[in-house]
Write a protein that binds this ligand. Sequence first.
Ligand SMILES: NC(=O)c1ccc[n+]([C@@H]2O[C@H](COP(=O)([O-])OP(=O)(O)OC[C@H]3O[C@@H](n4cnc5c(N)ncnc54)[C@H](OP(=O)(O)O)[C@@H]3O)[C@@H](O)[C@H]2O)c1
Length: 292
Amino acid sequence: MHLRQIGDTKVSAIGLGGMPMSIEGRPDESRSIATIHAALDAGITLIDTADAYHLGADEVGHNESLIARSLASYGGDTSEVLVATKGGHLRPGNGSWTLDGSPDHLRRACDESLRRLGVDAIGLYQFHRPDPTVAYEDSIGALRDLLDQGKIRMAGISNADPDQIRTAQQILGGRLASVQNQYSPAFRSSEPELRLAESLDIAFLPWSPLGGIKNAAELGTTYQVFAQVAREIDATPQQVALAWMLATSPTVIPIPGSSRPETILASAVAVDLVLTPAQVSRLAQTSTREPS
Ligand SMILES: NC(=O)c1ccc[n+]([C@@H]2O[C@H](COP(=O)([O-])OP(=O)(O)OC[C@H]3O[C@@H](n4cnc5c(N)ncnc54)[C@H](OP(=O)(O)O)[C@@H]3O)[C@@H](O)[C@H]2O)c1
């Protein structure tokens, strides 16, 4: 498995996104555990989660608990696995996603995530999404305090614009480890954040790298150049999308979501795919939807 860097920690160049195993359409627990164990078997050492990956309001942290149980029941060594969780989003249980970026909430949420993950310090704690009712500086100030208290080992942000990245880096005293934004063949508008993260030596974690749970299967029909390159290198369009992202910048670590062992195993293979500069440039130019 090829490795990339988040802060001081080396992780697999592709991570596992845990969301499809805990929200609408999730599989039964045994399939989820098999998926996480398959990821570990493939050498994946980054698992992305959030306290808000759940359905009902009575099961906050469903995904964190699932990951903690899966790590505990895995036969092999999990000491190198970085679990990256998030706080700042809430799901009241009616399908919506609400926000609370207040320092009080983030402090409480972090304590709950620590308990569910069963660790003394969270490997990477990410502020999930800016809350327009709370000054960004205050939300990030809470992360700085959690770092200073040793409750989190690294701090990251998500859904941030370039100004927010700079603000976070300043408030954290240069300790911002990662930025997690939406980025995929369908969604390229995070390029400025990606390039800024690269220039600051901060990891960039594309979320929904395959276009999201509902669209991932159609990637090759919606963006035909991905299917064309896939045929050229005997891969799938989804693998080509991940390989293309990896080729975009050494700071990129995609976190494709999975709810089946087959899909995370297929994604792990993408780290070994080699694209020519001409293929990367053809893929990069697909900024608009192409007719299928
Ligand atoms: N920070 C944020 O605000 C935010 C927002 C959204 C997501 N995220 C994170 O980003 C992760 C990824 O995003 P996502 O799950 O929304 O979307 P995604 O990764 O674009 O797509 C996920 C879907 O792709 C399918 N898939 C995965 N690998 C595949 C492969 N190699 N070939 C074919 N299909 C494949 C999976 O199918 P199966 O289910 O059948 O396995 C899964 O349902 C999430 O899990 C979550 O951790 C963060």
